[in-house]
Design a protein around this ligand. Structure first.
Ligand SMILES: *[C@@H]1O[C@H](CO)[C@@H](O)[C@H](O)[C@H]1NC(C)=O
Length: 341
């Protein structure tokens, strides 16, 4: 009923009072003006539609033709969220026990690194220089090398929140920006990300004794983490554990070719964390990764654990740090994955 009333009311509305009362002489010109105005609007709309169609058709073609653009879309390193944070001042992010410094993977080529000490040391860490932070690693109980995902920097909020959780558990956390990210030089490549991670790993390794060193990757960073761990295992110096949060199975093709299936080189305990409601990397891929890992030959004899987080918790792709269970899950995993002597 109401709908018909509206339809009936419309013609009346369209009769503009101006047209009704316009003098006869001006009438024609006014009408013509309106007509051509409407015509030009149509033309504009048609043009807009044309451009939209063109984009719709050509963007996938361009991306296919130029893998560099595809890589950009995968890396999203040009997205800096939040844009205005000063990576030289971790304190601005509430990290009062974090030191910012730079490493040179190649001469004249710098990448930015943050070292967060266990939060128990926060008072002691005030106004300390790089030397103090560096030597604090000598007496570290355990260290985590954190490999972040795409988009944003080492100062991204969900990352900072995780450093806080881990440092409150007593870990030293080393996080850095790959080349092309944050304030690091260069532009992103998969090979570059892996070699930067190896450089930071080496930097840590020579500063700790037999301290356990764990590698934690998130999202795209899990691809880097598996690359790095594979290399370390090949060299005979595997990390003490590999932790994969919301894992991407392969940087470019997601699940198609898989580090655990194609290359049986990873031999250390593996913990996989994945939220069921992850809309960036689907949950079933994490599950699949676990199935492959638990069947992998090189991983036999090592603990491989998969921890799903219920959708009702809404942790999605990057909020697993919010889980009050996380410290317990992590310490339980690490304790039970110690090599059996
Ligand atoms: C410094 O950081 C620690 C650990 O996160 C926190 O417990 C403490 O309250 C912070 N201190 C100040 C003054 O913000």
């Amino acid at each position: 009923m109401r709908r018909r009333e509206q339809a009936e009311a419309q013609p009346a509305l369209r009769l503009s009072p101006r047209a009704e009362s316009a003098p006869a002489a001006g009438d024609q010109r006014g009408d013509m003006g309106k007509f051509s105005r409407r015509g030009s609007m149509w033309r504009r709309l048609r043009r807009l539609f044309f451009w939209l169609m063109l984009c719709y058709v050509s963007i996938p073609v361009i991306i296919k033709l130029f893998p560099a653009i595809q890589a950009k879309l995968v890396f999203l390193n040009f997205v800096r969220v939040p844009y205005f944070i000063d990576l030289k001042r971790p304190l601005d992010q509430g990290l009062n026990h974090t030191y910012n410094f730079y490493l040179e993977p190649e001469p004249g080529f710098r990448i930015g690194v943050w070292h967060t000490v266990p939060s128990l040391l926060w008072r002691e860490a005030q106004d300390k220089d790089g030397l103090w932070f560096e030597s604090s690693l000598k007496s570290a109980k355990s260290v985590i090398l954190y490999l972040h995902g795409n988009a944003g920097t080492r100062g991204g909020d969900h990352r900072v929140q995780l450093y806080k959780v881990l440092s409150s558990m007593g870990f030293h956390v080393i996080a850095f920006d790959y080349r092309g990210w944050g304030d690091s030089d260069g532009s992103p490549t998969e090979v570059g990300m892996t070699s930067d991670a190896l450089v930071v790993h080496e930097w840590i390794k020579v500063r700790i004794n037999k301290t356990p060193l764990y590698i934690w990757g998130h999202s795209l960073g899990t691809g880097v983490a598996t690359n790095v761990v594979r290399r370390l295992c090949d060299r005979g110096s595997p990390p003490d554990a590999l932790i994969l949060e919301s894992p991407f199975t392969n940087i470019r093709e997601e699940a198609k070719s898989h580090p655990f299936s194609t290359c049986d080189h990873i031999s250390c305990p593996v913990l996989i964390l994945h939220a069921e409601d992850d809309s960036v990397v689907p949950f079933h891929l994490g599950k699949k990764l676990y199935n492959l890992a638990s069947r992998s030959k090189s991983l036999s004899g090592h603990k491989v654990q998969f921890v799903p987080f219920d959708s009702s918790l809404s942790y999605k792709h990057k909020f697993i740090y919010r889980s009050p269970e996380l410290p317990h899950i992590l310490s339980n995993f690490l304790e039970t994955s110690l090599p059996q002597m």
